[in-house]
Design a protein around this ligand. Sequence first.
Ligand code: FAD
Length: 459
Amino acid sequence: MLPRAKMDEFKAHFRGDILLPGDTGYNDARQIWNAMIDRRPALIARCASPEDVVQAVKFAREHNLLISVRGGGHNIAGNAVCDDGLMIDLSLMKRVQVDPNARRATVEPGCILADFDRAAQAHGLATPLGINSTTGVAGLTLGGGFGWLSRKYGMTIDNLLSADVVTADGSQTHASETEHSDLFWGLRGGGGNFGIVTRFEFQLHPVGPGVLSGLIVFPFDQAKSVLTQFARFTETMPDELNVWMITRKAPPLPFLPGDVHGKEIVALAMCYAGNPREGEKLIEPLRGFGTAHGEHIGVQPYTAWQQAFDPLLTRGARNYWKSHNFSHLSDGAIDTIIEYADTLPSPQCEIFVGTIGGQTARVAPEAMAYSSRDANYVMNVHGRWESAIQDEGCIAWAREFFAKSRPFASSGAYVNFLTQDETDRTAFAYGATYNRLVELKKKYDPTNFFRMNQNIKPV
Ligand SMILES: Cc1cc2nc3c(=O)[nH]c(=O)nc-3n(C[C@H](O)[C@H](O)[C@H](O)COP(=O)(O)OP(=O)(O)OC[C@H]3O[C@@H](n4cnc5c(N)ncnc54)[C@H](O)[C@@H]3O)c2cc1C
């Protein structure tokens, strides 16, 4: 119970909305992408400005409230929302400003990838982001960020130029290579541990607007051959090309024969970030990896390709993830992927192998908080289903596969793919940079005020 007079004072200085349990909009605001997470904050502060964020931080400190920070609300661990505390919701702060001459953009922390891509593509520009357009720019960036353009232009953090941050004492700070450079180092992969970012500044690059992209879908009984060739091909492909592997039960895609729908398949998804005519020649060998059920490849707007997977990744399903990094895809890894793809416990479960490497691997591991520069592949074991009755079976499948594939993995893990029960993997995830992150946490957040995250403890 918060003192009424204090609540009134907080509201009086707040430009956005304050929502309490029972208020219209409270239930919508507390819901996030992963329906496994069902928490009830004592209040939700929907900030409209950096000053609102400062007010919320000061209010939480004064009343000793646990806080959570919500950007796009996509994080699998559900740290965007807390029980009984103050949820600082940034989703109203959605402005993107593009300077096409300088090829730079400033982005507010409530933007989803679609907001940023749309504004940048109006000028034929983009920066590497993820593959699902409803993901938040803020959480994705603070954990590292990778997608179709990463082999050519690096991780999202490699393109971060500066950030405005509200730190744990409620002060506003600008961080870049030249100002508070230690904080800037920590923001590039260290998640929400050091403060609340109220504005990101990114480098942009010429992309599209049309990109050669799409899918080739192979029968599951050809999986061994397709995956073996995928592993070899992706080790030597040029940076402009990116190819990911997804194995799952086939959704009812119109280019697939009806009798394939619902059956296990292996799909190669690709994007060429260059002249489509060059890309056509480069992707031709992929067609020879097997006898495909079908393909859907062509030049389409980059923004359309960025949304291509959205229908399979809608909000409201139950999700449980496990993830490994791989430097190489060994035979053992391939065999284990095939074994578990053959026992998918629900029609929506999938295993995907996202290829990075290229430019992402040309940065020194200790140059930023994110250190997994040897991760050429990030595998996500994506458990996804509709009903709580399926929880046990789907979670057990993901955990078992994760354990069986561990011997083939390289070091580190992608913090943005860690679930709520993986708090013991944080130090392993950061590896070489963890000790420095602890020192930084002691400096910027000694009381661990920001702890609803993949937490770096200040001890
Ligand atoms: C369907 C799906 C597809 C994905 N695909 C990719 C992909 O292709 N590439 C990739 O790199 N990742 C991908 N991800 C992972 C994604 O990067 C993370 O889930 C990320 O945390 C989402 O950011 P968000 O702002 O939506 O999340 P939120 O849940 O809102 O935030 C996550 C955490 O980030 C912190 N945070 C958020 N905003 C701020 C802020 N402004 N200041 C300080 N801390 C903040 C908080 O600790 C918060 O708990 C995907 C996730 C999903 C669900």
